[in-house]
Ligand binder design. Structure first.
Ligand SMILES: *Cc1c(COP(=O)(O)O)cnc(C)c1O
Length: 452
């Protein structure tokens, strides 16, 4: 996609539309001096260089990458109008696009009925799901694995409900025996299952936890903010389908198109299987909702203003790379193959040790340190992280802190001389990583061997 061409088309398309309303003059208060703009813009683009190269395959750190050009063009074009998807009066076209894009997400998860909308983020989407859960089970708490996203604990605090972290097994998945013990107390009304934890990419066994939750009359929310689009690979390339298929039976699910859906930030989504939960969103706005008696997106959302441009970007992207195995699925499959391949290389390496087998596209590993202690692993991981960014042939990694018990479950030979240790973590979320893994591995091995 020639982005320059399409950005030109974007401004032209909106200008053509604007021209149909006749000419008018811009108010002098809004006019800016071209020379000052040139200077400010120069400073601005210079300052933006203070960034990591998220776009490049040598960036193999956090869950970060630029949006697809189709999303950029969709976002920018709609943003020139700046519709507000709070209400139909704020932008009928992008509100319709939001409904269509959300329906595709619901179909992807196998929901036969749904109520849902886009949100600013996965955190807000999870907050909405837990808010509805609290309304349905007042006075009861929320369970989530100890490896679940940290915002679940935070949002339980916001909602005034008790959060119950549940221990994880040696692959970072919620422990079902511990979950069942907790549910037997009757204190929990909702369990959050994560299909793809943010740290390790571990997949909670939704298909096994669901019947346990149902036996105890407990609601099931799936946090698929990071992992959701991997459902497109379920049953292919060795990814066990059962947890993903079971998501269709959950009560709510969250997915972040701004992670694996190729979107710019500002695009999460929450879906409820029972459309009737819309009744919990008390709403009486004196300002909005005058053009239609239909349910407005703002009536089923905790947020008020939301960018219509986010819906536009997602809608346009889905026209080209739909959430199907043959569309977006191919993009995710390449990243996952990269992760599995790197894990094989690390397993065969004398210089690096795999922390645990990857499930999705996150690889965790550490330099094979001597002495074999947690403090040596921690120091070596930190050194490789820093040296990787500083060198002439940079690689950008991230670290994850694992506690002593987590290490013991995976690497019992390491002497526990500290509370825990950092390991290296690479999210291989760009399909280009597939063809770059050999170079990444060679470079990280060099760093582990102490070469600059
Ligand atoms: C990223 C993430 C979140 C939070 O989403 P934001 O969009 O960053 O607010 C929640 N849960 C999981 C599993 C995530 O990976």
């Amino acid at each position: 996609m020639d982005l320059q061409h399409w950005l030109g088309r974007a401004t032209q398309a909106i200008q053509d539309w604007a021209d149909t309303y006749g000419p008018y003059d811009t108010h002098p208060s809004l006019l800016v001096d071209e020379d000052r703009l040139t200077a400010a813009y120069g400073e601005f683009t210079d300052r933006l260089k203070d960034n990591y190269p998220f776009f490049h395959p040598r960036y193999a750190g956090q869950m970060l990458k630029p949006p697809h050009p189709a999303a950029v063009v969709g976002h920018l074009t709609a943003m020139l109008i700046n519709p507000n998807n709070h209400a139909l009066d704020g932008g009928p076209a992008t509100a319709a696009m939001e409904r269509e894009a959300v329906a595709r997400l619901a179909a992807m998860f196998g929901y036969e009925t749904h109520l849902g909308h886009l949100t600013t983020s996965g955190t807000i989407a999870n907050l909405e799901a837990l808010f509805v859960a609290r309304e349905l089970h007042p006075g009861r708490g929320v369970a989530y694995s100890a490896d679940a996203h940290y915002t679940h604990g935070r949002m339980c605090h916001v909602l005034g409900v008790k959060g119950h972290p549940v221990p994880t097994d040696d692959r970072g998945r919620i422990r079902l025996d511990a979950l069942e013990d907790l549910l037997r107390t009757g204190e929990v009304g909702t369990v959050v299952l994560t299909t793809g934890t943010t740290g390790l990419g571990a997949i909670d066994p939704v298909h096994l936890a669901l019947p346990i939750a149902r036996r105890h009359g407990v609601r099931v929310h799936v946090d698929a903010a990071y992992g959701g689009f991997f459902t497109l690979l379920a049953g292919a390339e060795g990814l066990a389908p059962e947890p993903w298929q079971a998501v269709a039976q959950s009560d709510s699910v969250v997915v972040d198109p701004h992670k694996h859906g190729l979107q710019p930030y500002g695009c999460g989504a929450v879906l409820f299987r029972d459309p009737d939960v819309g009744r919990f969103y008390l709403h009486d706005s004196p300002y909005t909702y005058f053009t239609s008696a239909e349910l407005h997106l703002g009536e089923i959302s905790l947020e008020c203003s939301r960018a219509g441009a986010s819906a536009a970007a997602l809608w346009l992207t889905f026209q080209l790379l739909p959430p199907t195995p043959a569309g977006l699925g191919r993009v995710l499959a390449a990243g996952r193959r990269a992760a599995l391949r790197w894990a094989d290389l690390i397993t065969a390496s004398d210089l690096l040790t795999l922390y645990q087998d990857p499930e999705l596209d996150i690889v965790t590993y550490f330099p094979t340190a001597t002495p074999a202690t947690l403090s040596a692993v921690d120091a070596a991981s930190a050194r490789v992280l820093a040296a990787g960014m500083a060198g002439p042939d940079p690689v950008f990694l991230s670290t994850l802190r694992a506690d002593r018990a987590a290490f013991h479950a995976r690497h019992p030979h390491l002497a526990p001389d500290a509370d825990g240790a950092r390991v290296l973590r690479s999210v291989l979320m760009k399909p280009e990583h597939e063809h770059h893994v050999g170079r990444l591995h060679a470079r990280v091995e060099e760093l582990a061997a102490g070469k600059p």
